[in-house]
Write a protein that binds this ligand. Structure first.
Ligand code: TPP
Length: 340
């Protein structure tokens, strides 16, 4: 290895390069979700469509810092994090459009998709259920003698009020598991505002009660998210035990595409928390001279073309055939054979 390459490696990834990479993933997620919303409104998607608009900076920061072999349990708003963890435009569209060629073989309408063997968990519930699930996965790896892995999961502020959140985080703290819990505090649990959701001064204060490290971040700021989430994941990997991150932001859409979000206080939209993280990150890129405004427009056009071509291709793919499926509530013959 040449001295230059060695020096570059020891200096870690170039922050500008990482920022631009994260921005491009956020942009892909945004454009893909714009298409999903349009398909939903055209009646082409059965089941719900839930967007991560305004939450991409926090989300991408999780996926981008995870390694192969780690566990990731994203939430419905984590398209950016999913893509940073390796999810593709093709598989996302196949799942939403119910193609039998997708990873869920067309049996799931929207977001409960994953590849558990690769550590990419399919979401059980919008609320806290993935915390004990990931904690259990990490415990299993420890029993198998696997070390240096991290398990990350995301949830909304509403999820922090559930029993599953308490039980999962408490157990992870007692076992000092490398669990990273990322809370997108988007000010509302569906339509319930923060003031009716929790009584502590700040959600991150909950970390103290569980004896875990707590981190707070301005989730409209990509640079801050990359730094805080990257630091917490590194701390968990180095044996620092569970990490709770609370990112303050505003959900710029309703809970799902069925919800116009009329309860969202218009004053919040004008405050710092209401900034669009994608626009903010794009402005930083231009200001720092990492790319021009024209480059950003070109990147958007490229993703849009890829999304449209892929959606057209997927819309011609076969739907699942119930006659061919070995339907069964909790399992199927293949799983039974593999795990018996
Ligand atoms: C076990 C369970 N109980 C209730 C629900 C219904 N539910 C869906 S979303 C939601 C509120 C979620 O709040 P938050 O996590 O803050 O989500 P966001 O504001 O991002 O929509 C509830 C109660 C559910 N999905 N699962």
């Amino acid at each position: 290895m040449s001295e230059v390459v060695k020096a570059r490696k020891s200096a870690g990834p170039d922050p500008g390069q990482q920022f631009v990479k994260a921005y491009r993933i956020m942009l892909s997620a945004r454009v893909l979700e714009e298409k999903l919303a349009a398909l939903y409104r055209a009646g082409k998607i059965k089941g719900g469509v839930f967007l991560g608009r305004g939450q991409e900076a926090l989300s991408v920061s999780v996926g981008i810092h995870l390694h192969q072999g780690d566990i990731f349990a994203p939430l419905i708003r984590d398209q950016a994090g999913r893509m940073a963890f390796g999810d593709t435009i093709l598989d996302t569209l196949r799942t939403y459009l119910g193609s039998s060629l997708g990873s869920m073989r067309g049996r799931d309408g929207n977001i409960h998709r994953g590849r558990p063997r690769e550590g990419y968990y399919a979401m059980i519930s919008h609320l806290g259920a993935m915390i004990p699930t990931v904690a259990g996965g990490l415990l299993a790896r420890r029993f198998r003698g696997e070390h240096g892995v991290v398990g990350a999961t995301c949830l909304g502020d509403g999820g922090t009020s559930t029993g599953a959140f308490h039980e999962g985080l408490n157990a992870a703290a007692v076992e000092r598991l490398p669990l990273v819990v990322v809370v997108a505090n988007n000010q509302y649990a569906y339509s319930t505002p923060n003031t009716r959701q929790f009584a502590c001064a700040d959600l991150v204060d909950k970390a103290i009660g569980y004896g875990v490290a707590g981190h707070k971040v301005d989730a409209t700021d990509l640079e801050a998210c990359l730094k805080t989430v990257g630091g917490a994941i590194a701390a968990a990997r180095a044996g620092g035990g569970p990490q709770l991150i609370v990112g303050d932001l505003l959900r710029l859409v309703g809970h799902g595409e069925h919800d116009p979000g009329k309860y969202i206080d218009p004053k919040l939209r004008k405050q710092h928390v209401g900034r669009d993280c994608l626009e903010v990150a794009g402005a930083v890129i231009v200001e720092k001279g990492w790319a021009t405004k024209e480059d950003l427009a070109q990147w958007r056009a490229e993703v849009k073309a890829e999304v449209n071509t892929t959606a057209n291709r997927v819309s011609r793919e076969p739907e699942p055939d119930p006659g061919e499926e070995d339907w069964c509530a909790v399992s199927n013959r293949e799983l039974e054979d593999n795990f018996a």
